[in-house]
Design a protein. Structure first.
Length: 149
């Protein structure tokens, strides 16, 4: 009887561990997809700010397309549906600060202007907070150093 109870307990613990591993793996994929979409959008916006877009497309439309083409809204929805509140809030702050940067670029400002640089610094700060919120959720601990774009 003791052997059977021990086997059942062991099996239950193994199942819980595997379930948690699968959950963390799925969550990690969603987080990586969102961070990757943020990066694609950020880099595309930077290109627009440098004038690297079709001459046939006005700058404000190129800036909007930069975020749309990165599929940022779609990956954001996946994250919102599955992540805890702290990660969702950090993800939203990064998203909103990138939108501010998009507006700045659409208005004709770009690298070198004080307003653009201030908005970029805000985005980088929000991105760092998001990375650390994700790392805490994935149980790998916060980064002490700043990773810049």
């Amino acid at each position: 009887m003791v052997g059977l109870g021990s086997a059942l307990l062991s099996e239950s613990l193994r199942w819980k561990r595997e379930h948690n591993d699968r959950r963390l793996s799925a969550q990690r994929e969603i987080y990586v997809a969102y961070l990757s979409a943020l990066h694609r959008a950020s880099q595309s916006l930077r290109a627009v700010s440098l004038g690297d877009h079709s001459e046939d497309v006005p700058r404000h439309l190129a800036a909007r397309a930069a975020m749309r083409d990165a599929e940022l809204v779609e990956t954001r929805e996946h994250l919102v549906l599955t992540a805890p509140e702290t990660v969702v809030q950090a993800a939203d702050a990064a998203f909103q600060s990138l939108r501010v940067l998009r507006v700045r670029i659409a208005q004709g400002q770009g690298m070198g202007s004080p307003e653009y640089e201030a908005d970029l610094a805000t985005y980088n700060l929000h991105l760092q907070v998001l990375r650390n919120a994700i790392r805490e959720e994935l149980q790998v601990g916060s980064l002490r150093s700043e990773i810049t774009l």
